[in-house]
Design a protein around this ligand. Sequence first.
Ligand code: GDP
Length: 495
Amino acid sequence: MAAHSTVSRDCEHLPKEDSEDSELEHIMGRPPPPEGHNRPHTPGTPTLRPAAAPRGPGEHESRTGGQRGRVEFSLPSPISPSRPKSPWGRYDPYDATEDQDKEYVGFATLPNQVHRKSVKKGFDFTLMVAGESGLGKSTLVNSLFLTDLYKDRKLLNAEERITQTVEITKHTVDIEEKGVKLKLTIVDTPGFGDAVNNTECWKSVADYIDQQFEQYFRDESGLNRKNIQDNRVHCCLYFISPFGHGLRPLDVEFMKALHEKVNIVPVLAKADTLTPLEVKKKKIKIREEIEQYGIKIYQFPDCDSDEDEEFKQQDQELKDSIPFAVIGSNTVVEAKGKRVRGRLYPWGIVEVENPAHCDFVKLRNMLVRTHMQDLKDVTRETHYENYRAHCIQSMTRMVVKERNRNKLTRESGTDFPIPTAPGVSDSETEKLIREKDEEVRQPPHTQTQEQECVTQECVDQECVMHDECVQESVQEECVMQEESVQEAEHCAELC
Ligand code: GDP
């Protein structure tokens, strides 16, 4: 059952007027100071630029290479009388004084339009946490997103856990920060690795991920594709025990079974139970084992050669932090006169957000500030595409097999009965199959009426990826064919 709550922060600073201008102005904040001016930033926050900042008007480019977009704003200046005032007022990229007398078409505002649209729509992100129970998954999630998502959690006793199967639970929370809305879904896997026999206990997790892909595939092949709810899992934080010697067989099995379906980010749990040297050695060992077993964890995109040295160094540090050594805590303690999130021990305090104590801040920044969009892009462009291609392939194979079977049946003029639905005559079924055969035999450039419809729809929706739409219409065709085959099979069963 999905818990649904609303967490709003900074609400008191929201603008009072209802106009979109003020909403956007509020969201975009003040323009950055001129070059060379130091921008204040949150302590412990790297100055990494977003991995997948707008890469073009409404489009994304490939993961490697290409500039990471940085929207630049000009300083306030008078607005040209020859151009209408842009809805962004002083953030108009053409407002610079030297631009006032030049002639422009105006497409430099496209990134602003994309920004405006996506902020209005809001963002969503689905994070899965997996690993043995007791490794601090719930505590870390609560610390990461400053929420309490596990209020109603029921912990099982040892006896109940002997035969425990892996359950999948989903919690959804709407977070709003500075006018930007994020629908965060946390998928938990209680019971994973808890039973006495843990053979294939990763299976229900893999099935869950596939089900979300399947649902999305059905939705986008359906008639109404406007309001598709995207429940695909964008990232899986896999918790590795700090008490073992590197990876356990279960860890290897889990990651190998899921690495083609989801972005796996390994974390070394409860890092406060290890000395800094132990953390370092464990990280090296785990990285070696990941390599040795051919596990494909989430790969951070390469940074461009023209990036500045500081950025490159931060990027490398991030890559070297894998697996992130994390500490979770939901209590606020007092350390050196400051109130911090941490764990209080007789010998001192370990601070969750202190980069000298653990990689918590690095992980949170990676997940939220720098790589959230990239995680979503990889999910869509790689994992979902794999699933989709596989699906279409097996559907096409089924249809071809079925067609050949029907052809054989007809040619031999035999006694295999053509399946008939109740109330549908033999000739009607045959006609249907013949029609489908005809459609399949049509040359690829001949568009059927349905395909034209889809293409028109895509033009209506100003779809840039026209080719993809045409592809999808062919795929819809496959789905329809498969449905008719299934219908026929079902009829045969009924008969
Ligand atoms: P889950 O079953 O994986 O969700 O684990 P929980 O979040 O419920 O945590 C299990 C226990 O470990 C609780 O007593 C937590 O207080 C404790 N715990 C959570 N995170 C940490 C950590 O980073 N370090 C230590 N030492 N204990 C932790």
